[in-house]
Design a protein around this ligand. Structure first.
Ligand SMILES: [Zn+2]
Length: 335
């Protein structure tokens, strides 16, 4: 079979379905898509409300609860503990298929009458303000995280954070603050796209750096300030002069750091230890095409966003992790 040019039934732009895609659709027993990959991604994302929460009443207990569902919407919403209890029977909502109505009309009717949990939580302890959270303890205002403790204001994708505040797109970090795209780091502040860095401020694209301040694109360094080396003693005294722990000291340092960042060429995409991949924010992946935020041993995926940890053979996913396999048009799934 050859490439097929299609016109998206939503935005009317053209898109291509490749022979491999047809083989995948055949394997999954699904029809070929009629919308382009971008429209399909937008359609999927509409189903995921990660961090816009409303105050409303539980439809079972009448208690005031937080929920991703608006109080004036058509959905029936139960507070987490009641929804998970045996106080109601989901099977009582079962109904025979009505061949005179479309599948999607009946699916929509079911979505409206069946109760939904106020927030999505699993194995969550002392963490009421959490949505799409798994294995969390003592966390506050978290959306889209698996395995966090004593952390707040951390958002998806986020794996195994401890004592972290204000973190986005991160995994295996401890005592980090206000950073994006960081991995395996400790004591990192105001940093972006760094791996295995510790006790540092304002780093961009650094790896295995320790006790560094305001540095860009460094590898395996310590005691550097604005990309210049210092002795251990001079590093400390220079840091005292900069005083990043004062507001004015921090603002001045950040300005200088932002200017320094502009002096370095940027990679066209952040792709690390990967083979035959296209997209951005990819680590340890193989044969992943048009994928974004795909990390830690992911194989053979296409048109995916946020796929992690031993997941494989999927297309059109928004958040799939923990050994998910053979998935198509999915949102927030694990094995
Ligand atoms: Zn389209």
């Amino acid at each position: 079979m050859n490439n097929q040019n299609k016109s998206c039934q939503n935005c009317k732009s053209s898109f291509i379905i490749e022979p491999d895609d047809f083989a995948f659709y055949e394997k999954m027993k699904v029809p070929a898509p009629t919308w382009c990959p971008e429209c399909r991604m937008i359609r999927r994302m509409l189903w995921r409300n990660e961090s816009v929460w409303y105050r409303r009443k539980c439809d079972a207990t009448g208690k005031s609860i937080l929920s991703t569902f608006t109080p004036d919407g058509p959905y029936k919403v139960y507070e987490q503990s009641y929804w998970r209890s045996d106080a109601w029977d989901p099977l009582s909502y079962g109904q025979d298929y009505d061949f005179s109505k479309s599948f999607f009309q009946q699916f929509c009717d079911l979505l409206i009458v069946i109760p939904h949990p106020n927030l999505i939580q699993k194995n969550v302890v002392d963490s009421d303000y959490v949505n799409i959270g798994v294995n969390l303890k003592n966390c506050y205002f978290v959306g889209g995280a698996d395995g966090a403790e004593d952390s707040a204001y951390i958002f998806s994708p986020n794996l195994r954070s401890r004592d972290c505040f204000d973190i986005y797109s991160a995994s295996d970090n401890e005592r980090c603050y206000d950073s994006v795209g960081i991995e395996k780091s400790q004591g990192l502040r105001f940093s972006q796209d760094c791996i295995a860095c510790s006790n540092s401020y304002l780093l961009y694209d650094c790896k295995n750096c320790m006790n560094c301040f305001g540095c860009v694109a460094l590898r395996n360094k310590q005691f550097y300030i604005f990309n210049k080396p210092y002795s251990r003693e001079d590093y400390q005294s220079e840091l005292e002069k900069i005083s990043p722990w004062t507001y004015s000291g921090f603002i001045q340092a950040k300005e200088k750091f932002n200017k320094l960042k502009l002096e370095f060429p940027r990679k066209f995409a952040s792709i690390i230890k990967s083979e035959n991949v296209t997209g951005d924010e990819i680590i340890n992946a193989r044969n992943c095409i048009n994928c974004f935020d795909v990390k830690h041993d992911v194989l053979n995926c296409k048109y995916c966003y946020r796929v992690f940890e031993n997941s494989a053979d999927g297309q059109d996913a928004m958040a799939a992790w923990n050994s998910a396999e053979l998935f198509y048009e999915v949102m927030s799934i694990t094995a």
